[in-house]
Design a binder for this molecule. Structure first.
Ligand code: PNS
Length: 160
């Protein structure tokens, strides 16, 4: 079975993430969305809530699983029996950092490949931090996050 891991903070999941998950789910037998708390960022949403948001947004995709992980990404891949890391690239500005991570992960675990999917044109501007900023300032995030979680995101961000 060809298993891929799509890692990230997903704080919260955006329509851009969902697009990458959907497309990866057509390329691999199974996609495991690996959710972690980035040690350099303080999350807006609890890890259990971030996992729940992704599960609800991907409920129609039979070969997608969601799990929380800590520690090295390559160790999580070993645990999940996966050989592929999926990353979405929005613009060339993402490339340098992602390329470095791909090389580090290759050093740590040579049998792992990082596969980059280019983000769909309509999502190139989108990131979780943009969603958090708009939400914090009282803006409408309905076109940026999956409809399944919009109510909860709005409630968490401005008590609606
Ligand atoms: O959504 P994010 O916060 O940009 O995702 C970053 C992520 C999860 C891909 C990255 O922080 C990661 O892989 N962390 C796991 C720790 C690790 O394996 N580090 C060594 C590789 S550089």
């Amino acid at each position: 079975m060809n298993i891929a891991v799509y890692p990230g903070s997903f704080d919260p999941i955006t329509n851009g993430h969902l697009d990458i998950i959907r497309r990866a789910s057509r390329l691999y037998d199974k996609v495991v969305v690996g959710v972690l708390t980035n040690t350099s960022k303080r999350p807006m949403f609890e890890k259990s809530q971030r996992v729940d948001f992704i599960k609800r947004s991907t409920a129609d995709l039979g070969n997608v699983e969601v799990a929380f992980f800590e520690g090295l990404l390559v160790d999580f891949l070993r645990k999940e029996n996966a050989k592929v890391i999926i990353k979405g690239l929005r613009a060339t500005s993402d490339f340098e950092y992602e390329f470095q991570m791909a090389l580090v992960n290759k050093q740590l675990c040579p049998e792992v490949e990082t596969v980059f999917l280019s983000s769909s044109e309509k999502f190139t501007y989108l990131s979780s931090s943009v969603v958090r900023e708009i939400g914090r300032l009282g803006g409408d995030v309905s076109m940026f996050v999956p409809s399944e979680i919009l109510g909860d995101v709005n409630r968490a961000m401005h008590g609606e």
